[in-house]
Design a protein around this ligand. Structure first.
Ligand code: ADP
Ligand code: DGP
Ligand code: NA
Ligand code: NA
Length: 214
């Protein structure tokens, strides 16, 4: 978000991709790197946040212990982001960089994959803090299926993942956001190095656009 402030606010960076595409691995590697180089305050978070009341319902749903209509669960995932929105904005304003494992792009891709209308899916997330950069780890659905623990939860089957992959290609997801496609099928260090280069570009662009301190 561009709050035009002279104060150095934090960057909001989001990782997206299919299940087992490496989001947690890469988002935590970026966080560790920034901590190591003394970049400043950095906070890692993920969606769904399963620890809130809404997140508890989402967790039950994903573990197949609760059945809900697709429309209802779509709204719950969005509400789970909205309940964190204020603290995200406050952290960014206070100079904390936020690294976030999944966000509203998953919200649209997974629900549209189940057949819900794409624009309808976008609407509940309108107005959430907009990331400064999105790293989309693209993999073939077969790559994810070959990785550890795949298949445990509701959406982790080949058919669903293939459809989610299709939905993530929709240009309406990438419109007006700083989207980076990253090949997630390579080794972890090569992916990390590419993300660091993209991060550096985002950081420089942000500094150039920020008004100097008066
Ligand atoms: P996600 O958060 O997208 O579900 P994870 O980062 O948890 O994915 O990774 C899923 C599994 O795949 C983990 O066992 C992880 O160690 C492994 N993994 C992550 N990145 C790679 C990679 N580039 N190559 C091979 N295995 C990977
Ligand atoms: P994760 O903990 O990152 O593996 O995510 C849990 C699952 O929930 C995963 O299959 C992706 C899915 N998911 C994440 N966000 C949303 C969302 O907003 N809407 C829907 N329908 N599914 C989501
Ligand atoms: Na998952
Ligand atoms: Na993860």
């Amino acid at each position: 978000p561009k709050w035009g402030a002279a104060q150095a606010r934090g960057l909001f960076l989001v990782f997206e991709g299919l299940d087992r595409s490496g989001k947690s691995t890469q988002s935590k590697k970026l966080e560790a790197h920034l901590q190591k180089v003394g970049y400043g305050k950095v906070k890692w978070m993920c969606f769904p946040n399963r620890k809130t009341a809404i997140g508890t319902a989402i967790d039950l749903y994903l573990r197949r212990q609760l059945e809900l209509p697709d429309e209802a669960v779509h709204r719950l995932f969005s509400a789970n982001r909205w309940e964190m929105a204020k603290s995200i904005v406050e952290d960014l304003k206070a100079g904390t960089t936020i690294i976030c494992d999944r966000y509203a792009f998953s919200g649209v891709a997974y629900s549209a994959a189940k057949g819900l209308d794409f624009t309808w899916c976008q609407s509940p997330d309108r107005g959430l803090p907009c990331p400064d950069g999105i790293f989309f780890l693209y993999i073939d659905e077969k790559v994810g299926a070959s990785r550890a623990n795949f298949g445990d939860e509701r959406y982790e089957n080949a058919e669903m993942q293939a459809e989610v992959r299709n939905q993530f290609k929709d240009p309406r997801l990438r419109a007006q956001v700083n989207w980076h496609d990253v090949d997630g099928a390579r080794d972890k260090e090569a992916i990390h190095a590419e993300i660091l280069r993209a991060f550096e570009a985002i950081r420089q662009e942000d500094q150039e656009n920020r008004h100097p301190v008066q």
